[in-house]
Design a protein around this ligand. Sequence first.
Ligand code: KG4
Ligand code: ZN
Length: 352
Amino acid sequence: MTWKSGPVLGIETSCDETSAGIVEAGTIRGHVVASQDVHGAFGGVVPEIAARAHIRQLDRVVEAALEEAGMSADLLAGVGVTTGPGLIGCLLVGVNWAKALAFDQDLPIVGIHHMEAHLFANSLERPEAEPPFVALLVSGGHTLLLWVPEWGRYALLGQTRDDAAGEAFDKVARRLGLGYPGGPEIQRAAARGRPGRYSLPRPMLSTAAGPDDPAWFDFSFSGLKTALSLLVAEIEEESEGAMERARDDLAAEFQAAVIEVLVTKTLRATELTGCRRVIIGGGVACNAPLRERLAEVLSADGELYAPTPRLATDNGAMVARLAEHRLAAGERDGLDLSADPSLPFPGISKDA
Ligand code: KG4
Ligand code: ZN
């Protein structure tokens, strides 16, 4: 089926960001992200509160994105919406909203996989961020190391066996008495601290196995979190105020451990594939020392593609970008489209 090209609306409501982006020919025309600040008080996202906030905000967010693009909804050429993975109540708000719009405006609609959209985010800023590349996707719910020979073909090299990288940042921040989301808080504390004063493990780095063993590429952050938690318990025993003095150094050591693991495994993927182009995405890709370290190790003969923070964290523009790609390829879904909290990554296999 041919598609009459034009501006595409992307809707993202999978977690605690209500966002709408409008993309045309790979360029952002309008983009609004409404973050939900209410969850900080609970130390994490409360699914029911998040879903209700999406209902309250989505009309206004889409209107603001259309306004920024200087257009009305009847000029849209298509709509894309995140159908998973994510929180079911949150996803359903976006999916039903998008379907109502598609029905009302007689627009083609495509359901979008949230992590595949993270992969496309970078190309909005750097059009040359096209495959082939090695991709490191690190968010609050996922840690994926992929080989991407072309769009739509994804070889899964490694993934987390327990907590996601962002989840580890959030949980460790909480244990250290820092706020939510934990990633930026840890980054700030780490900048004041010194790694090495305390010693934390670098999980799954010491394996003697080679590329044939999944452990070579897989991640695990749960043990690191427990190791830190035990250290905190010891320090708290020492004296009142000991934790105050240790906090920044603990944050620095934790961040250094995560970065060392992520960077080492990513380099292993570049060795396996012979491709030194690396793309990163997801909220943890905002982490400045991680970006600096990756850029440094790739500086001689490689290239790092790292989105600016507003496109690394959850946003509607990345959804619109992937939707435009899929609509242009003649794909579309029916109005029976639904949300799937554990939607499998499309086109993924153990070897590509
Ligand atoms: O991709 P994202 O916005 O939402 C999900 O799809 O999960 O990622 C959110 C995650 C949170 O765990 C947050 O703590 C983490 O990204 N994050 C960071 C930083 N900024 C956000 N982690 C480390 N350093 C940061 N600067
Ligand atoms: Zn995300």
